[in-house]
Design a protein. Structure first.
Length: 134
């Protein structure tokens, strides 16, 4: 009986080890794919946040210099290109996407301007006081 058991183990052990190895290998591949997806999304979110922050910083700086609308957008894109080149390289935005985001950030920044400043979309930033009808 002992010899029969030993012979069966000797016969099936290599096959059993191959099956276990295949199962473990498959589980490791699936775990690696899940980890890559999760970390990839987090890295993309970090790059996106850095890009948006850099564009907003560029917008605020350009507005402080009194630049007109198009110059503000151009300055913001140049600022982002210099300050977060890795994010731009990783996200690889299509043509015009940076300008669209910068324009959106410009509208956002203009919404938070103090009431003494106004923004004329043609002339640019104006430091004239907004007259109140009192």
């Amino acid at each position: 009986m002992n010899a029969l058991f030993s012979e069966v183990i000797t016969l099936f052990l290599p096959t059993l080890l191959q099956v276990i190895s295949a199962i473990l290998g498959t589980l490791l591949i699936q775990a690696a794919a899940v980890a890559k997806t999760r970390w990839g999304i987090q890295i993309e979110a970090t790059h996106r946040e850095a890009l948006h922050s850099a564009l907003m910083s560029g917008i605020r700086a350009a507005l402080a210099r009194g630049e007109d609308r198009q110059a503000v957008i151009t300055s913001a894109i140049k600022h982002a290109t210099v300050s977060v080149p890795d994010a731009i390289a990783a996200l690889d935005p299509a043509h015009g996407v940076l300008a669209s985001i910068a324009e959106s950030k410009l509208r956002e920044a203009l919404g938070s301007l103090p009431p003494l400043l106004s923004f004329d979309s043609v002339a640019g930033l104006s430091s004239e006081m907004v007259e109140s009808n009192s």
